[in-house]
Structures are given as structure tokens and as C-alpha cells.
Design a protein around this ligand. Structure first.
Ligand code: SF4
Length: 309
């Protein structure tokens, strides 16, 4: 029998970002689009919100292509002890990106039976934006540059030296849940590995946007809670593959406590918008639209948002 998923309340760094960006967008993402994956047995609005929710712009697509290839290389390393070549990564990624581009350009995401978590639907195609061939090529070239920097990175060298037993976790399509005061927090570490009695958590970055350290504090908090690794033995390496630069982050008790307080307060604010917090039930009318027009211009839901109540 197929498992039915319940829409349970949870917290994640990205959920918090969305909540702060636009309450209505948050509603569409976490409530309005729920069960939209049931393509043929769900109402049209829910299905539309689900498809739109899964659109990604070309910069996110670039990051996704890099993250997925690194994950494939590291998972293969975990089982074989061998790091595949840069050339193999380029060949595989090029083929996948070509197929994804075609799939998206033809807007097949509206008719596919596949989960949209596994295929890419591009914002630029859905909204028929004017993106030149050169811009698409530049985007692809940046993917290749990131893969080159990954294969030449000190992290790959270190993993080869210390071996597969050092790996704790590798990025997966499904984030990992962990308990926080009886609530669920989701995290998805790109890579965590052990060197002697220390744990290194790696976060691959593929763009130039400034990082929010809350995301890294949550990684450390999660690893400290689940593995019991002391804070002074936990390091986050923010590895910018685009610029080929690393930034090291360490956190103390005070910073972890502040992050916990922030998460607690963020959860309370999210729940205050629910008409039935115990059952995580929401009503669209309780989630106002942002008044910042520029946010709407780049929003996945703009084609339907203002037709809804
Ligand atoms: S179109 Fe604007 S108001 Fe509507 S969900 Fe998006 S950002 Fe919010």
C-alpha cells in the first residue's frame, strides 16, 4: 500500500527565509501546493501551485547541477574508494544539463508523471524570459568551472588520504530531520567527514551571494546534537567553488544558544498564522501578499497569485 504523507509542521533555514520574504509565498510552498504531486487526482490550483513551486532559475539550476554531480562522485567514492575523473564529471553533467534544458524548454514539467523534485523546470522558460544563448552558455561554463575547482580542491585530496571510513554524510535529495524541543528541524549537509577527533562540515557554494551564518550554526547545532561532537571540534568549511575560496566558520555555546532562541521564535511566528497549529492547518486568507513589487517580479507564483482570493 502506498504511504500517505501528512503535512507536518517543521522548520528549516530555507523555510524561515521564505516566511520572511512573503507570507503568501510561504503559504503556497508549504500548504497550497500540498499533494500537488498527485497529478491526475488533485484540483487544478493545487497542481499549478505545485508545478510553480518547483521552478528554479538558471543560477539555482547551476548550483543544483554542481551539487548533484559532487554528490554522485562522493557517493561513488564511499563505495569504491575511488574519486572519478574531472572529465567524467564534465561528460555526465553536460549530458544531464542538455536533457534538462530540452525538457524544460518544451515545458514538459506540466505533463510529466515524474516527481518534480527529480527534474528541473526553469523559471526562465515558464515565464518566457529573454535570455541569450551566450547567457545560457556562461551559466553552463560556470558549472564546469565549479566542477574543476571541486576536483582540484584540498578537500578531495584530504578525502583520498584519509579514506572512505571518514565520511559521515553526503548531500541527499531528502533532507534529514532531527528533533528540537519536540519539533522537527530539517537540515541537508553537503558533506560531513571525520579527521581524527574533529568533524568537518562542507557547504559548497556556487554563487557570489553573501552567506547567512545562521545556516551554518544550524549545521553545527545538528551535528553537535546527533553525533555529540564538542563544538570546539566542529568546523564548517564554506567552499565557494565559483571563486575557489574557502571560509572557515566555528561557533561557540553562546552563538548556538542564540540560534536556538531564533529558531524557537521563528517557529512561534510561523505557527501564529495557522488556524489549527496542532494539526498544522492553514487558510489562505491568513497569509498576506508582500507589498514589495520587486519580489513579485521574480516569484515563481506570479502567474496565479493575483487570481487567487
Ligand atoms: S507573486 Fe508576490 S505576493 Fe504573490 S506569492 Fe509571489 S511574492 Fe508573494
Amino acid at each position: 500500500m502506498r504511504k500517505e504523507f501528512k503535512n507536518e509542521f517543521s522548520w528549516s533555514f530555507s523555510r524561515d527565509n521564505l516566511f520572511n520574504e512573503c507570507k503568501r509565498k510561504y503559504y503556497y510552498n508549504y500548504y497550497g501546493s500540498w499533494e500537488g504531486w498527485k497529478k491526475d487526482s488533485i484540483d487544478e490550483v493545487t497542481r499549478t501551485l505545485y508545478v510553480l513551486k518547483n521552478l528554479v532559475n538558471r543560477k539555482i539550476w547551476k548550483g543544483d547541477a554542481v551539487h548533484k554531480e559532487i554528490s554522485r562522485v562522493l557517493k561513488s567514492f564511499e563505495t569504491t574508494g575511488m574519486i572519478g575523473s574531472y572529465e567524467a564529471s564534465v561528460k555526465r553533467t553536460t549530458q544531464i544539463m542538455r536533457e534538462e534544458f530540452k525538457f524544460s524548454k518544451e515545458k514538459k514539467y506540466w505533463s510529466t508523471d515524474k516527481s518534480l523534485r527529480k527534474v528541473n523546470a526553469l523559471f526562465e522558460h515558464e515565464y518566457e524570459m529573454d535570455v541569450s544563448d551566450q547567457e545560457w552558455i556562461d551559466n553552463y561554463n560556470e558549472v564546469i568551472k565549479c566542477l574543476k575547482n571541486f576536483h582540484n580542491s584540498e578537500i578531495v585530496d584530504e578525502l583520498k588520504n584519509i579514506g572512505t571510513d571518514s565520511i559521515i554524510t553526503i548531500d541527499s535529495i531528502t533532507p534529514t530531520p532531527f528533533d528540537f524541543n519536540g519539533e522537527i528541524i530539517y537540515v541537508n549537509l553537503d558533506l560531513a567527514y571525520r579527521v581524527d577527533d574533529e568533524v568537518k562540515i562542507v557547504d559548497w557554494k556556487t554563487g557570489s551571494a553573501q552567506s547567512n551564518t545562521l545556516q551554518f550554526v544550524v549545521y553545527v547545532f545538528h551535528t553537535n546534537e546527533t553525533l555529540g561532537t564538542p563544538l570546539n571540534k566542529l568546523t564548517v568549511i564554506e567552499y565557494n567553488l565559483q571563486d575557489n575560496k574557502q571560509y572557515i566558520h566555528k561557533f561557540n555555546e553562546k552563538e548556538i544558544l542564540e540560534a536556538k532562541e531564533y529558531i524557537d521564535s521563528s517557529m512561534s511566528k510561523m505557527k501564529s498564522y495557522l488556524y489549527d497549529p496542532l494539526n498544522n492547518s492553514a487558510d489562505i486568507s491568513e497569509f498576506p501578499r508582500t507589498e514589495d513589487d520587486w519580489k513579485c517580479a521574480y516569484c515563481n507564483f506570479k502567474k496565479i497569485c493575483f487570481d487567487l482570493p
